[in-house]
Design a protein around this ligand. Sequence first.
Ligand code: IMP
Ligand code: MG
Length: 193
Amino acid sequence: MRKRGRMRYLVVQSDIERVLFDGPAIHKRLDEMAAQITADYPDGELTVIAILTGSLMFMSDLLRRIPLPLRLDCLSVVSYQGKPQTSGEVIFKQLAVPDVAGQDVLILDDILDTGHTLAAVREKLETAKPRSIRVCVLLSKRKQRAREVVADYIGFEIDDEFVVGYGLDFMERYRNLPYLGVLKKGLMDQSNQ
Ligand code: IMP
Ligand code: MG
């Protein structure tokens, strides 16, 4: 049993072209981001809205480093529908907008790519009349975006490559990798055929 489990893990690892950020590098950066966020909200209560599923690991590791009184809510959003390219259509799985009236909101997402997701989430939350909204992402791709989104906190800027691990998936796999890595290009091409 144990041997089979280990072999499976190695199979997943062999799908990774190269590691971009290992666990310790991610955690070091999260210490810095958490210190910055804590300093920016000295006397406020913070309302964090995390976008599922990709931000799960990021959310749980980041928030445990922020010693502020905070509320946490999650929004479930689909934009890729099993493809490596976003369709541009952002589907919210729940109809209700979180009640964030008068609150200082911090949106958390795993990665800023085309900007469709964060622009749509921001617009939706604005209808609930929060006091302020800021955006925090673990990763931001250096590229021309379809929709302009200002991220107030960015963990790492990366090239326009498809990354997986630490919550990020390709076709719902690889989220459990403890590091961020670039997926082998051939794997994505195969799934396009
Ligand atoms: P956007 O709407 O194109 O900005 O994409 C946002 C969402 O697409 C993210 O929250 C991710 O779930 C997904 N995404 C974008 N780029 C990547 C990537 O390189 N790897 C895994 N997921 C990605
Ligand atoms: Mg995803």
